[in-house]
Design a binder for this molecule. Structure first.
Ligand SMILES: N[C@@H](CCC(=O)N[C@@H](CS)C(=O)NCC(=O)O)C(=O)O
Length: 234
C-alpha cells in the first residue's frame, strides 16, 4: 500500500490537536503539518477545510477528518498497530468497548474537575477542585486500571488508544499543578499518592516520546493563564 498523503492542521498548544500528533507518531506515519494561528480569525481557506474553524483537522489522501477523538480513532483503524486491535473476533470488540468506556470515564468524570480547578476564583475553590478530581479518579478510574502489569490501559507494556486520547490532559494535570504556575492546586501532587495506579499510568504516559515531543510546558502554562486566569487589570 502506498503511503497516504497526510496533512495535519494543528496548534501545538491545543490538547485536542495533540491527540492527532500522538496517534500519527505511534503509528509511524509521515505527515505535513500546517500550524493554524488561533489568535486570529480563521481564514476562508481553513473554514472550507473545517467549517467549525477548530483544530485539529486531518487531510488523508484529500479526505478531511475532524474532531480529535474521531481523528485518533481513524488513524488507529486505518493503520492497525499496537494502539488498537481490529474489531473482531468478539474478544477484541470487548477490549475496544472497555477502552472506549475508560476514555469516556476519564473525560466525563475526571476532566471536568481539572477545568473547574483552572476556573477557580480562590485558593479554596482550587483545592476543592483538586480533591474532587482525585475523588473521581479513586472511584472511577483506579478500579479500571490493571495492577502489576504494564502501566498502560489493560496492563499493556506499550501505549494504546486510551493514552493517545488522554495523554495531553495527563501532561496538563501533572505539569500545571507545579507551584510556580499557580494554575491548579499545589495540593494535587500529594493527593495523587492516594491513587497509585492512576499516578503510575499518568507518569509513564507523559514519559513517552510520542506524548511529549510537541509539549512546551511554559508556553501551555502561559496560554492557560491567559485563557483561565488573566492577570487583574491595573
Ligand atoms: N471537540 C474538538 C475541540 C477542538 C478545539 O476546541 N480546538 C480549539 C483549540 S484547543 C480551537 O480550535 N479553537 C478555535 C479558536 O480558539 O478559535 C476536538 O476535539 O477536536
Amino acid at each position: 500500500m502506498a503511503s497516504p498523503k497526510i496533512i495535519l492542521y494543528t496548534s501545538h498548544l491545543c490538547p485536542w490537536a495533540h491527540r492527532a500528533h500522538i496517534a500519527l507518531k505511534e503509528s509511524g506515519l509521515d505527515y505535513e503539518e500546517v500550524i493554524i494561528d488561533l489568535s486570529k480569525p480563521r481564514e476562508p481557506w481553513y473554514l472550507e477545510i473545517n467549517p467549525r474553524g477548530l483544530v485539529p483537522s486531518l487531510s488523508y489522501n484529500g479526505t478531511i477528518i475532524t474532531e480529535s477523538a474521531i481523528v485518533a480513532q481513524f488513524i488507529a483503524d486505518a493503520h492497525p498497530s499496537h494502539l488498537l486491535p481490529p474489531s473482531s473476533p468478539p474478544e477484541n470488540a470487548v477490549y475496544r468497548a472497555r477502552l472506549a468506556y475508560f476514555v469516556d470515564t476519564f473525560f466525563g468524570k475526571v476532566i471536568p474537575h481539572f477545568f473547574a480547578g483552572l476556573r477557580a476564583a480562590s485558593e479554596e475553590e482550587r483545592d476543592n477542585a483538586a480533591g474532587e478530581l482525585v475523588g473521581a479518579v479513586e472511584r472511577e478510574i483506579e478500579p479500571l486500571l490493571d495492577d502489576g502489569k504494564g502501566p498502560f490501559f489493560g496492563g499493556s507494556e506499550r501505549i494504546t488508544l486510551a493514552e493517545v486520547q488522554s495523554g495531553s490532559l495527563l501532561l496538563r494535570i501533572l505539569s500545571l499543578s507545579k507551584p510556580e504556575y499557580g494554575l491548579l492546586s499545589g495540593k494535587l501532587p500529594g493527593l495523587l499518592e492516594r491513587v497509585p495506579k492512576f499516578k503510575r499510568w499518568a507518569e509513564e504516559t507523559v514519559k513517552q516520546e510520542s506524548v511529549n515531543f510537541i509539549w512546551d510546558e511554559k508556553a501551555v502554562a502561559e496560554k492557560t493563564r491567559a485563557r483561565f486566569a488573566p492577570a487583574p487589570k491595573s
